[in-house]
Design a protein around this ligand. Structure first.
Ligand code: IPD
Ligand code: CA
Ligand code: CA
Length: 265
């Protein structure tokens, strides 16, 4: 395993321990509101501090972008961290959440970990070296048509700015598929696309930490990721389509006419 991926795994597992320990005492957590429907607890903060601590011990000079503490200056490599993706699920005891840690090098995804502490599932990828689930190689699905595909999405529940365009995309996609799920952790949805459990995914208004690791997992598992213009600007635009190559193309083709010009990115 690449040494940097090894550090990312250690970091994600240490966050996972904190998340699981507190999952038995949710009623004792202090919950703050960052914005509309956007919550954070001391679990998010502690998990993030644990991740940064593990990284800093080996890579004190690397840059970090972490959801709760923001940007930490550094150079060459950037670690992009979501200490708990699926906070709303977690706070309700709904068992669907994950830790997401990615490393970018010169603006490109380099290493990725998505860790599901509930199921003890560790998804990993290194650029050019494939993707694994608990050390076994994973590939995206081979489903070739939307009518046999299971998709996932995220509702625009924080800002309502994307609600109408999202409803349009849902209206177009839902009747053509086998089903659409909204499980509440984008990082885990993307890991499930990488492992072939889901065939495709789309969401508006994501943050870099929601998707940085999951996107590399998918590419290394033979899938495709892109913004709504089919380009690689998704980390900045926050708009993401992902899937096995056929389903990715189908989703892109169908949602394009639903999108207002300013969202075609
Ligand atoms: C959220 C989850 C959710 C997605 C939201 C994200 P958080 O992350 O990934 O599935 O729909 O857009 O913000 O806030 O739980 O880390
Ligand atoms: Ca997130
Ligand atoms: Ca989070």
């Amino acid at each position: 395993m690449h040494p940097m991926l090894n550090t990312a795994v250690k970091a994600a597992r240490s966050a996972g321990k904190i998340i699981m320990r507190h999952s038995h005492e949710l009623d004792r957590l202090t919950i703050e509101t960052k914005g509309r429907n956007d919550f954070v607890s001391q679990v998010d903060h502690r998990a993030e501090a644990a991740i940064i601590d593990v990284i800093r011990r080996t890579y004190p000079d690397h840059a970090i972008l972490a959801e709760e503490s923001g940007r930490h200056a550094g150079h060459e490599f950037e670690w992009i961290i979501d200490p708990l993706d699926g906070t709303t699920n977690y706070l309700h005891g709904y068992p669907q959440y994950a830790v997401s840690v990615a490393v970018y090098y010169q603006g490109k995804p380099y290493q990725a970990v998505v860790f599901d502490p509930m199921r003890d599932e560790l998804f990993t990828a290194s650029r050019g070296a494939g993707a694994q689930l608990n050390d076994r190689r994973i590939r995206v699905s081979v489903v070739g048509h939307l009518d046999g595909a299971l998709l996932a999405t995220g509702f625009p529940f924080k800002s309502m700015a994307y609600l109408e365009p999202w409803i349009e995309t849902f209206r177009v996609l839902l009747p053509r598929t086998s089903g659409v799920r909204r499980a509440g952790s984008a990082a885990l949805d993307l890991a499930h696309v990488a492992s072939g459990r889901l065939d495709g995914f789309w969401e508006f208004g994501l943050k870099p930490w929601d998707m940085a690791a999951g996107c590399l997992l998918i590419e290394e598992a033979g899938g495709r990721v892109g913004d709504f213009a089919g380009l690689g600007n998704y980390l900045d635009s926050g708009n993401l389509v992902a899937g096995n190559p056929r389903i990715y193309q189908e989703i892109q083709r169908l949602i394009e006419p639903c999108l207002p010009a300013e969202l075609r990115c």
